[in-house]
Design a protein around this ligand. Structure first.
Ligand SMILES: *Cc1c(COP(=O)(O)O)cnc(C)c1O
Length: 352
């Protein structure tokens, strides 16, 4: 697989390389904190809390994230959800109708959708039966137009962590980029790949405040990578892609990280309980090990059980259309009361 040394410049699209980014008012004048009169951005001057444009580089949010995650702010890009971050990655590196990426189903559906939107070929290599990387087939699918391999770990919808050694193999043998989607890392006992950014120049890690941090509604996705990759992504991002309300709310939550950790601990306790309870339901055949805030279970007839749960007012995710996932339902860990309602419904369905 390894042909030449990794070189970021050879991966960036030509138009992006030569792009002169939009320069906003807030880019040209950066406040040093002293009192100034701002007549540069055509804003309404009457204060209401959000009458000014937000910081285009979200410095305060990045500063606290950097301290907590032990990286530099220059390793961080923020986006309007991970979905924007992933889209930016596509648009910096993948030339429409020419390049391809590799995704590894069963996995998160957004990589495929972004291929469709950006007109990029999606080369799918199935995970193995135990939901791990099929390194041999991945290697066979790589050609000179393969820009990115997307690895989701812990994986959605299966819940498992992808083995460290096989990701290391990708990182050292592939000359393109390896994006590790860590949306569920806060629920896992495993170390984040952000700790190895300096070791692998072709590594990009994405995280989100939508899951463990309880902020799905504000849309804040995080990308960690080398300063070279981050500055290239910054070139093409919309100038004010993270709004003021989102920045404020994220900052508040990050300042109360203890609360986040307590909620995660509670969800992990409840995941264990729910796992045990699900195994007692006669029509549940298997519950897959999970490092995330959901459990994937194989049932006798997923469509039937899905409809029965729906009739009892409980919405779960039927993942049966995904390869290797026939007759599976995905249960998000809710509050203790919601999990109890799920169990009551499952027991009453089983008894009927
Ligand atoms: C939920 C989820 C995300 C989160 O996306 P946001 O746009 O940040 O809400 C990203 N990746 C995976 C695999 C997910 O399951």
């Amino acid at each position: 697989m390894k042909i030449t040394q990794f070189n970021i410049d050879t991966l960036i699209r030509d138009n992006v390389k030569h792009l002169k980014p939009y320069s906003s008012a807030r880019d040209e004048y950066v406040s040093d904190g002293s009192e100034m009169v701002f007549l540069d951005a055509n804003e309404n001057p009457f204060e209401n809390g959000v009458n000014r444009y937000p910081d285009p580089l979200q410095r305060k949010v990045k500063e606290i994230l950097a301290a907590q995650k032990k990286v530099s702010p220059t390793n961080i890009l923020l986006g309007n959800g991970s979905d924007e971050v992933l889209d930016l990655i596509f648009r910096v590196f993948c030339e429409p109708k020419e390049d391809n990426i590799i995704s590894l189903p069963p996995t998160y559906g957004m990589y495929k959708v972004l291929c469709g939107i950006n007109n990029i070929e999606n080369r799918e290599v199935l995970l193995t039966e135990d939901f791990q990387l099929d390194i041999e087939n991945i290697a066979k699918s790589i050609d000179e137009h393969t820009k990115i391999i997307f690895v989701c770990s812990p994986n959605n919808p299966t819940g498992n962590t992808i083995a460290t050694s096989s990701i290391e193999q990708l990182l050292t043998s592939f000359n393109g980029l390896v994006v590790i989607d860590e949306a569920y890392i806060d629920f896992s006992a495993n170390e984040s790949w952000i700790n190895r950014l300096e070791q692998f120049p072709n590594l990009i890690v994405t995280q989100t405040l939508s899951k463990a941090y309880g902020l799905a509604g504000i849309r804040l996705g995080v990308c960690y990578a080398s300063p070279e990759i981050i500055s290239t992504l910054n070139k093409i991002k919309p100038p004010y892609n993270v709004n003021e309300l989102t920045q404020k709310r994220a900052l508040e939550r990050l300042q109360h990280i203890k609360q986040v950790k307590e909620e995660v601990a509670q969800l992990l306790t409840d995941r264990k309980k729910l796992n045990a309870a699900l195994l007692e339901v006669p029509f549940i055949e298997e519950v897959f090990p999970s490092d995330a805030n959901f459990l994937l279970a194989r049932v006798d007839d997923a469509n039937k059980r899905y409809d029965q749960l729906l009739a009892k007012g409980i919405v779960v995710r039927n993942r049966s259309t995904q390869p290797l996932c026939d007759n599976t339902l995905r249960f998000t860990i809710g509050t203790a009361q919601e999990n109890q309602q799920l169990m009551d419904a499952l027991r009453s369905i089983a008894a009927s």
